[in-house]
Each structure stands twice: as structure tokens, then as C-alpha cells.
Design a protein around this ligand. Structure first.
Ligand code: SF4
Ligand code: SF4
Length: 200
């Protein structure tokens, strides 16, 4: 599985996403050291995204690699004993609230924080809005929707917008065809890691 075309796609995606984040900057609080979105999730990864992540992993020093492997062993135990269908966990690549594989992170990691459209056309507000972060300044906490009134009241220049950045859309057949890539199988990040490191 060649990573070359995938890297080209990631460069394109980074540019596109940074335009969206810039457009929405009046509502965005993302900054280095804020990592709520890496602390409670199951993180879908396609095979090519995972291979790119592992490409970055191999560049880490051996002590860091071992620390990460130990975290994965613990998460696997948690998964085995959990009664939840989908275990939600802190990503093992998070250290002191920073991603040690930031440049190699997955697509879901890159889009998190923006509002996006679901398949049915409805709008998904990032969960951190309910923790006082992204879009909290225009959130109506009772209706759990974006408040037009608050947007006008604050006199923001750009209205709060959702974008077409759903994970399934960004990894669909059209993108595969357009960039000559194959995303391959999809699993949660933890499932990929358990398999990669042969954890029992
Ligand atoms: S998406 Fe939310 S939780 Fe994640 S870095 Fe941005 S503000 Fe923080
Ligand atoms: S890979 Fe990095 S950005 Fe993605 S969830 Fe893990 S720590 Fe967060």
C-alpha cells in the first residue's frame, strides 16, 4: 500500500480544513494543549491512515514506543473486561495533552472541532461545545442547537457554518478515485493497534 498519493491527499485536506477553521475562527477554541477530543472516543481509522500513523510511530524513540505499547496493553484489558459495545478511551498517542504523532494523525483527528453535515443533512455540533469550547458562544444549551440570535447579538462577522467533512465523505470512493488511493479496511484505532502489536 503506497503512502505517496495518500500524503498528497492529506496535504490537500489540510489546506481545505485550515480554510474552514480560519473561516470559523470566531467560534473555535482549538489550541495546543486542548485535547478533550483525544480523551474520549473510539477513533475510526482506515488501513491507509493507520499505515501512515505507524510510519510516524516508527520515528519515535524506543522508550516512547514502549510507553505507547504499555498503554495499548492496558486498553486491551479494559476492552476485554468492559461491558460497553464500543469502548471509549483516551488515545494512547496523547502525552501531556499533546499528540506525539500530530503530523501523522488520522482524518477524524484533523476534522474534529468543526460543525459538519451528517448523511441525512442534519448538523452535528462538536461535543466540546457543551463543555464551553468550540461554538459554545453561539450554542443554545436548551435546544442544543446553534442560536441565530446569539450570532447576531455578538455581532460576529462570519455566521456559524457546518461543512461537508463527515469522515465517510472524506474517505469515500470519489476521493479514492480522485487521488488514486485505497483507504482499505476500517476499524477503531484500538483494534488496529491490538492487531499490529499482536496483543492478546
Ligand atoms: S475540538 Fe474541542 S476539544 Fe478538541 S482541541 Fe478543539 S476545542 Fe479542544
Ligand atoms: S492520533 Fe493524536 S490527534 Fe488523533 S486522537 Fe490520537 S492523540 Fe488525538
Amino acid at each position: 500500500m503506497s503512502l505517496y498519493n495518500y500524503i498528497t491527499y492529506i496535504e490537500y485536506l489540510n489546506k481545505k480544513l485550515s480554510g474552514f477553521f480560519e473561516n470559523q475562527k470566531e467560534y473555535i477554541c482549538c489550541k495546543k494543549g486542548c485535547a478533550k477530543c483525544c480523551k474520549h472516543g473510539n477513533y475510526p481509522f482506515s488501513e491507509i491512515e493507520f499505515r501512515y500513523l505507524m510510519f510516524g510511530f516508527k520515528k519515535l524513540d524506543i522508550n516512547k514506543q514502549n510507553e505507547i505499547k504499555n498503554k495499548i496493553i492496558n486498553l486491551n484489558e479494559e476492552k476485554i473486561t468492559s461491558s460497553e459495545k464500543y469502548l471509549m478511551y483516551e488515545c494512547p498517542f496523547l502525552f501531556n495533552d499533546e499528540c506525539v504523532l500530530y503530523d501523522y494523525r488520522g482524518i477524524i483527528c484533523r476534522t474534529f472541532g468543526l460543525m459538519y453535515f451528517r448523511k441525512d443533512g442534519s448538523t452535528k455540533i462538536p461535543f466540546c461545545a457543551f463543555d464551553g469550547l468550540n461554538y459554545a458562544n453561539v450554542l443554545d444549551t436548551e435546544t442544543k442547537t446553534i442560536s441565530e440570535g446569539k450570532f447576531e447579538e455578538h455581532g460576529y462577522k462570519q455566521e456559524p457554518l457546518a461543512f461537508n467533512v463527515h469522515y465517510n465523505f472524506l474517505t469515500d470512493k470519489d476521493h479514492e478515485f480522485g487521488y488514486g488511493i485505497e483507504f482499505g479496511e476500517r476499524k477503531t484505532l484500538l483494534d488496529w493497534l491490538i492487531e499490529e502489536f499482536h496483543i492478546q
